[in-house]
Design a protein around this ligand. Structure first.
Ligand code: SF4
Ligand code: SF4
Length: 391
């Protein structure tokens, strides 16, 4: 395992994300498959991964419970746990704190209510890493509200030893991240952003990396390194281009080795669902092997083709909001394939199923307002429905 120094800690370059753990159905509900999940965590730990990332509502709140429990059998000073404060899903109105959107059924009076519950769920007395979740344009005023004092509260928690390192994650623009880091200079020690060789251009993520690492000198933690699997299941033409340069290399190895070319990347979080994935990923991160100039040029070429695709990561936040129960990420994945490869006859799609019929979209926009990628989902559903109608 490759390790990189972070202050007094050596962090594994590959970190374990816990938002895509294996699941199973119990009484019609999708829950974490604890047995399979434990196998993955055990393999991760025993093969040198020491950074485990979770958040308040990953897997409907079950991720924190699972990760804390799965790690608790190992000595506390041999692993690091990171969780996040869900401010991006909160509001502060009329001097009152509350949740919004798909979390509106939850209640809290102060940030401490949420934080203490998280410590308890994770079975820890401190978080090694703690983040404000998704500092972005729509959450900026919330996080900087002085009466509420979110940043001040978590600085206090760090002073009291309940947080060792404080950071934030962001799907926001580079200038928003810059403004926040400048306002709170010296407060945040790391920033987590969505970065991969496609988003470097598609979401202007390289500008964010430069602001965080080159301007502010703060290490970057990467999320979505394979774009929710999109960079594993590449369009045929792109996959062939990579094979022509390196016949034995997997798509995952291209995506992960990319980060070895970026000195500011501290940890690459991968949300691993199967044993096969973690075994392959641990192997990729077992040795230093940055991309060559020719390999970087090849990635640049395939990115230019892929820029036409809708940038869905499959996070499924939108599906919790859709009143029509549409399987939006599945429909977008098929839409991307249709747009990219033209033919859709081979796709596993059944418009007779309510959740797979984009024509059922009523254009309410509830999905787009929650989508971290700011995708105009109603327009895509409408266009996809038109394409289907003409088939
Ligand atoms: S706009 Fe369409 S896809 Fe989005 S939440 Fe409304 S019905 Fe669902
Ligand atoms: S459309 Fe947006 S919210 Fe829905 S799964 Fe894709 S990235 Fe996530």
């Amino acid at each position: 395992m490759i390790y990189k120094q972070f202050k007094d800690k050596k962090l594994s370059l590959l970190g374990m994300g816990n938002m895509r753990l294996p699941t199973k159905e119990v009484d019609g509900a999708k829950v974490i498959d604890w047995e399979k999940g434990r196998e993955i965590i055990d393999y991760a730990y025993n093969n040198g991964i020491n950074y485990f990332d979770t958040a308040f509502r990953y897997h409907g709140g079950e991720s924190e419970l699972f990760v804390g429990d799965a790690l608790s059998k190992y000595p506390r000073d041999t692993w690091y746990i990171a969780s996040k404060f869900p401010g991006h899903m909160m509001k502060f109105e009329g001097h009152k704190l509350g949740f919004k959107g798909y979390l509106s059924n939850f209640h809290c009076d102060t940030p401490a209510d949420v934080f203490n519950e998280q410590l308890e769920k994770c079975k820890v007395d401190h978080f090694d890493f703690y983040l404000l979740h998704n500092l972005c344009e729509s959450a900026y005023d919330f996080y900087t509200n002085e009466e509420l004092g979110v940043v001040e509260y978590f600085k206090k928690m760090r002073d009291e030893g309940k947080i060792t390192h404080l950071g934030f994650s962001s799907h926001g623009r580079a200038d928003t991240i810059d403004k926040f880091l400048t306002k709170y200079e010296g407060v945040f020690e790391f920033v987590q952003i969505q970065l991969n060789y496609l988003d470097a251009k598609l979401q202007d993520a390289m500008s964010k990396y430069k602001v965080i690492w080159e301007k502010h000198g703060i290490p970057v933690i990467v999320m979505e390194p394979v774009r929710g699997g999109r960079l594993i299941n590449l369009p045929q033409k792109s996959a062939e281009q990579l094979k022509a340069v390196a016949p034995d290399a997997t798509a995952a190895s291209w995506a992960f080795r990319y980060f070895q070319n970026l000195p500011g990347v501290q940890v690459v979080l991968s949300g691993m669902t199967t044993m096969e994935q973690i075994v392959e990923n641990v192997d990729i991160f077992s040795k230093e092997n940055p991309l060559s100039d020719i390999e970087l040029k090849t990635l640049d070429e395939i990115v230019n083709d892929m820029l036409k695709l809708v940038p869905c990561t499959g996070c499924r936040y939108c599906t919790e909001e859709c009143p029509m129960g549409l399987d939006i990420p599945k429909l977008i994945a098929i839409y991307n394939e249709v747009k990219n490869d033209g033919d859709m006859l081979s796709f596993n799609m059944d418009v007779n199923k309510d959740e797979e019929n984009p024509a059922r979209c009523i254009g309410c926009g509830a999905c787009s307002s929650i989508c971290p990628q700011s995708i105009d989902i109603p327009s895509i559903m409408s266009e996809f429905a038109d394409i289907l109608a003409k088939k």
